[in-house]
Design a protein around this ligand. Structure first.
Ligand code: G1P
Length: 241
């Protein structure tokens, strides 16, 4: 299995830091948040990892290099049009090829190393085409939201307005995909925020009859998209086992 980590966005809510660096280099403990994402991949035995870069890409490449020091092999691809997460995943298609792959968003910190291996096992044991790592946030409206039952997804909504959310279960930023996700990405138009949303592509797979599942991830996860969440991620890191 391969891995893909989207890390191309600017992170406007973390300006002015992100005027100089991508948000994936924000530190959680002594390491950049994307460094933790790579370690999560390694826990699941995934060492062939594609990093999708864009904004301030050289800072990420300077930090991670070839991946050798981290015990992984990294390939960098550039997302030219930063028009959404679906485009970031699509940018990696030529490197992923025809293989199953895991995704962790490069700004996500997860405090339990079992999260990724558990998600990969769930995907494979259930013969799924796409598996979404799920979690229950205080407010679902800033996430993708899952309408599901018993691990099977019946619908997805990206950043619903209050009252429109089908449940309190949100998309965590950890996924496992079969390569059919690439065809689904080609079929979607722009969605929430005028961007090409990965959530819409996964929902398209489901509409087309492919088996899409979800699994609550082990541990707590936080994306470092705002100053408050960055502080929270560091608090979680300090409290980890
Ligand atoms: C992205 C996804 C969203 C998911 C979130 C998790 O949103 O589109 O479905 O819930 O990551 O961090 P973003 O944070 O890029 O707005």
């Amino acid at each position: 299995m391969k891995g893909l980590i989207p890390a191309a966005g600017k992170g406007t809510r973390m300006e002015p830091f992100t005027n100089a660096y991508p948000k994936e280099l924000l530190p959680v403990g002594e390491k950049a948040v994307i460094h933790h994402a790579i370690e999560d991949m390694k826990e699941a035995g995934i060492t062939d990892i594609t990093i999708v870069v864009g904004w301030k890409q050289h800072a990420i490449i300077d930090y991670l290099g070839s991946g050798e020091e981290l015990g992984v092999q990294l390939t960098y691809v550039v997302q030219d049009d930063r028009d959404g997460l679906a485009g970031a995943v699509k940018a990696g298609e030529h490197v992923i090829g025809d293989e199953t792959f895991a995704v962790i968003l490069g700004d996500n910190y997860v405090d339990d190393k079992r999260a990724m291996p558990d998600l990969v096992d769930f995907h494979q044991e259930n013969g799924l085409e796409a598996t979404i790592g799920a979690f229950c946030p205080d407010d679902v409206t800033s996430y993708g939201v899952i309408d599901g039952e018993d691990g099977i997804v019946n619908g997805l909504v990206e950043k619903p307005s209050e009252g429109e959310a089908p449940s309190d279960l949100a998309i965590s930023g950890m996924y496992v995909f079969e390569p059919s996700i690439f065809d689904a990405i080609e079929k979607i138009g722009t969605g929430a925020g005028g961007e090409y949303q990965l959530t819409d592509a996964i929902d398209k797979m489901r509409e087309d009859g492919e088996k899409v599942g979800y699994r609550e991830i082990k541990g707590d996860r936080i994306d470092v998209g705002t100053p408050e969440r960055l502080r929270e991620a560091n608090r979680e890191y300090d409290l980890r086992d």
